[in-house]
Design a protein around this ligand. Structure first.
Ligand code: HEM
Length: 283
């Protein structure tokens, strides 16, 4: 029957929806939901283990997207393009917000709830999250010790090592500044990328030039503000993680072998894009 002859109430009825998927993909097939949901496997009968696994899974899915967006943005930035990377970094910022919001759900788990399944996962810890490390390495937080938990997975280790030796998002941004005619020393542009970035007075001067005349340097100015959004959200995630950890396990050592809250508190001092914070003081 042509659509025009169908009464509106019938046209909107669920019976009209597709029901035969013998020759086309269904929702579940397209998303491989059987595979995805089969990964949800609590190892104890504890009620809250479902929540614990779900929050880790969704965080890893967001990390997967963040890493893809960062990689695409960085590939374009390295060829001098800034428009599309700005849009990609905006998406990274929104995905980070989702990761940070996940703490709100996880906070409904009390220490007693957590202790019902804590012993079941032994030495497993987010410290071993390869995707989190990849995100950090792309953003520029690089320390060889962070590769150690991946030694038994040469495939993952290789990918992380390659990211650690390549220019970070900030290194590529500084290259763009040089391409725009700003004075970025060769020692900065050709530094040993496997080491953490060390701030340089000439880079601060270059950012001062940009921030004093945004109209002239609009695309790199906009990019700088986007990087700040990314770092701002990165800090928020870390801070909320620390607070959740303290309210769940207090000051016990972490399952991954660090001191726990003390280690995470120290990580809060990390600064990814130092001159972008300092330039505010100088303006
Ligand atoms: C109540 C829940 C949680 C507790 C008690 C907890 C505890 C900890 C502790 C103590 C550490 C320090 C490393 C170690 O284990 O020794 C750590 C690291 C980490 N956790 Fe969690 N965590 C929780 C939830 C999560 C969630 C939901 C994620 C999401 C992916 C996550 C991701 C990470 C990451 C990426 C690190 C490494 C951080 C870094 O090295 O800077 N954690 N966690």
């Amino acid at each position: 029957m042509p659509d025009a002859e169908i009464r509106p109430s019938e046209r909107d009825a669920p019976e009209r929806a597709h029901a035969d998927f013998t020759r086309s993909l269904s929702y579940g097939d397209y998303l491989h939901l059987d595979t995805l949901l089969s990964a949800h496997q609590p190892v104890t009968p504890a009620h809250d283990e479902h929540l614990f696994i779900a929050v880790h899974h969704v965080s890893e899915i967001w990390l997967n997207l963040i890493v893809q967006e960062l990689r695409s943005a960085m590939a374009l930035l390295s060829s001098g393009v800034t428009d599309a990377p700005l849009k990609m970094l905006s998406r990274v910022v929104r995905a980070q917000e989702q990761m940070t919001n996940a703490w709100e759900v996880l906070k409904t788990m009390t220490p007693a709830d957590y202790l019902q399944f804590r012993s079941a996962f032994g030495q497993a810890s987010g410290f071993q999250s390869a995707q989190y490390r990849m995100m950090e390495f792309l953003l520029g937080n690089r320390h060889p010790a962070l590769l150690r938990p991946h030694a038994q997975r040469p495939d993952i280790h290789g990918l992380l090592q390659a990211a650690m030796q390549a220019p970070s998002l900030y290194d590529l941004t500084l290259r763009l500044l040089a391409e725009r005619g700003l004075d970025i020393p060769a020692a900065v542009l050709e530094r040993d990328f496997s080491q953490p970035y060390e701030q340089h007075p000439a880079v601060l001067d270059a950012w001062l030039t940009v921030y004093r005349d945004p109209e002239r340097y609009w695309d790199v100015y906009e990019l700088a503000e986007k990087l700040l959004d990314v770092e701002d959200n990165f800090r928020r995630w870390r801070f909320n993680h620390l607070t959740t950890v303290e309210r769940t396990i207090g000051f016990k050592a972490g399952s991954g072998g660090t001191s726990g809250a003390g280690y995470l508190r120290r990580a809060l001092d990390t600064v990814l894009f130092p001159e972008l914070w300092q330039v505010r003081t100088e303006l």
